[in-house]
Write a protein that binds this ligand. Structure first.
Ligand SMILES: [Fe+2]
Length: 550
């Protein structure tokens, strides 16, 4: 506790190091103060199976405390023994035994990596993984009550939950077993299509738009239950029957159709889950979480359902968000009060002053830079001319999407920009779409049935007559996954897009994450500068400075 301060409730949220994306966050009196994924600091993509050691340090430093000042550490997973035992409840005996043994062995190995040796064991609270996912969404949503769906590959003892949350309570009606995991099936087919598990799923979602789904869906789902259920033996047989594409092999129509059928089946199944909850509770609010909730095509379909009026998905829906959910949940159970928090933006990571940025710029003689009088006007002019901009401002984002603080930007109305950004900067598969950032007050101009979308996590159908204005940020099926940019939560980014609108009449820019070659998104100025130097970005706008290559 800091001297002279009134006692506050401080909760450090951490992912369990067995997670695929690790992170830490810190709450003070139920308000989020800082959150960052370990990958942004240790520079290892996703930081899988690693304790969030640097992220913990960043959170404690941001509040200006040490670990001894923390009241509780909340971990986004059951403790090893509980997770192991729960497998016997949710699975058939032999599978459960196998899972339990595996969990005991793996879980204890990773659990020991948490840097909590000097922290009182009684104040380390382990939260069931899907409870943490669900809490991360509901307690951040601002909804008074909501139906909640959490789905991922595996969360220790189950792969998903369906429930209803109100006030401080979250009640679960259904649990999805690990054998019947929807996340796992997406991962398995991702691998069969020649992409990497735990990172290529977004590519499969993008590929799906080029295929035609089998209207029967994948052949191992029992649609007659209250919610659709995967039949494990049939799934196993189906997956075993699929050839594995070598990543050098061309993608054929068969691959595209398989991706489309997978996506269609997932969307149909989760829509039915949402309907089941609506029929049970009557609530038209829906919160989603878990890695599956990063599927923006699915989220867009759910948002259009007649029984979904409001939908919320926080930007770190994957495992990183279990740190946040665990912390919010522990606040609720320890105080009996709902955390006083609604997540309006994703900017909870490190920031750097102009002085720090200039000091770093001085280390690179291959650059010329100056302090701009008006970064908005100058940057908007460059964008209008078709230049690719590295835009590095303020606190870094949580979650896999850059949302205007560590972003690469381009003019979305120039049809050639998609290939230019791909060929000179991102080196992604040419069929993958980019996305637009649109002023929130202008979203209705571009998409059908608009809803707030601050986290670029939902796809919408675009309005055909204005597609040409954002042509480089639209997918082949006419959808886009926009970020709605608010003046209140990101005034600098809003001001830039507003300036761009004044020059071009278009209140939108193409926005992709500031990283290359599967590296984590840049965090510190040196990473931004080096990425700029080593790729085809034309101009770097970092803090109040504008840098060019000599
Ligand atoms: Fe998860």
């Amino acid at each position: 506790m800091l001297e002279g301060e009134i006692r506050r409730m401080i909760i450090l949220g951490v992912t369990h190091p067995i997670s695929w994306n690790n992170a830490a966050c810190i709450l003070v009196d139920g308000k989020l103060i800082a959150m960052v994924e370990e990958e942004r600091l240790n520079r290892i993509k996703h930081a899988p199976r690693m304790a969030p050691v640097l992220a913990i340090d960043y959170c404690l430093n941001t509040v200006g405390i040490t670990l001894k000042d923390v009241d509780y550490v909340a971990v986004g997973f059951d403790s090893v023994f509980k997770a192991a035992l729960n497998n016997f409840d949710n699975e058939e005996f032999l599978f459960g035994l196998n899972q339990a043994v595996n969990w005991l062995w793996q879980g204890s190995k990773y659990e020991k990596q948490l840097p909590l040796q000097d922290f009182d064991r009684q104040r380390i609270i382990f939260v069931n993984h899907h409870t943490a996912h669900a809490a991360s969404s509901f307690f951040s949503s601002g909804f008074k009550e909501a139906n909640v769906i959490s789905l991922d590959g595996s969360g220790g003892s189950e792969s998903g939950v369906l429930g209803f949350a109100k006030g401080v309570e979250i009640e679960f009606y259904k649990r999805v077993s690990n054998r019947g995991s929807w996340g796992l099936i997406y991962e398995a087919i991702t691998e069969k299509l020649g992409f990497r598990r735990h990172s290529g799923e977004g590519k499969v979602m993008g590929l799906a738009a080029y295929g035609t789904p089998d209207p029967k869906g994948l052949p191992f789902v029992d649609w007659e239950q209250e919610i659709p259920v995967i039949i494990p033996d049939k799934r196993k047989e189906f997956i075993a029957s699929l050839p594995t594409r070598n990543k050098e092999e061309p993608l054929t129509q068969w691959h595209k159709d398989l991706a489309a059928t997978l996506q269609y089946t997932l969307e149909k199944a989760v829509s039915r889950m949402a309907e089941y909850l609506y029929e049970k509770t009557g609530s038209k609010n829906l919160c989603l979480a878990g890695g599956t909730a990063l599927n923006c095509s699915m989220n867009g379909k759910l948002a259009k359902l007649p029984f979904v009026e409001n939908i919320f998905i926080q930007p770190a829906a994957h495992d990183a968000g279990s740190a946040l959910g665990a912390a919010l949940y522990v606040h609720a159970i320890k105080t009996g009060q709902r955390p006083d928090f609604a997540m309006e933006h994703a900017y909870w990571g490190p920031e750097f002053s102009n002085e720090e940025i200039e000091k770093e710029l001085n280390n690179y003689p291959e650059l010329k830079y100056y302090k701009s009088e008006d970064i908005y006007l100058e940057t908007a002019q460059y964008l209008k001319e078709g230049k690719i901009i590295g835009w590095f401002q303020g606190r870094s984002e949580v979650g896999p999407r850059a949302l205007g603080n560590r972003s690469i930007l381009a003019n979305p109305s120039l049809p050639e920009m998609k290939d230019k950004v791909n060929n000179f900067v991102k080196h992604r598969e040419p069929w993958r779409p980019f996305a637009p950032s649109i002023l929130e007050e202008s979203i209705e101009k571009y998409v059908e049935n608009p809803k707030p979308s601050p986290f670029m996590i939902m796809a919408f159908d675009t309005i055909p007559t204005v597609q040409k204005e954002i042509i480089s940020a639209i997918h082949v099926d006419g959808t886009c996954r926009p970020q709605t940019v608010s003046k209140k939560t990101n005034p600098r980014y809003w001001k830039l897009i507003k300036q761009f609108e004044q020059l071009t009449g278009i209140p939108a820019v193409l926005n992709t994450s500031f990283n290359v070659d599967s590296q984590p998104i840049v965090n510190a100025p040196a990473e931004g500068i080096e990425t700029f130097i080593n790729c085809g970005i034309d101009v770097l706008v970092i803090g109040d400075y504008i840098a060019h290559k000599k």
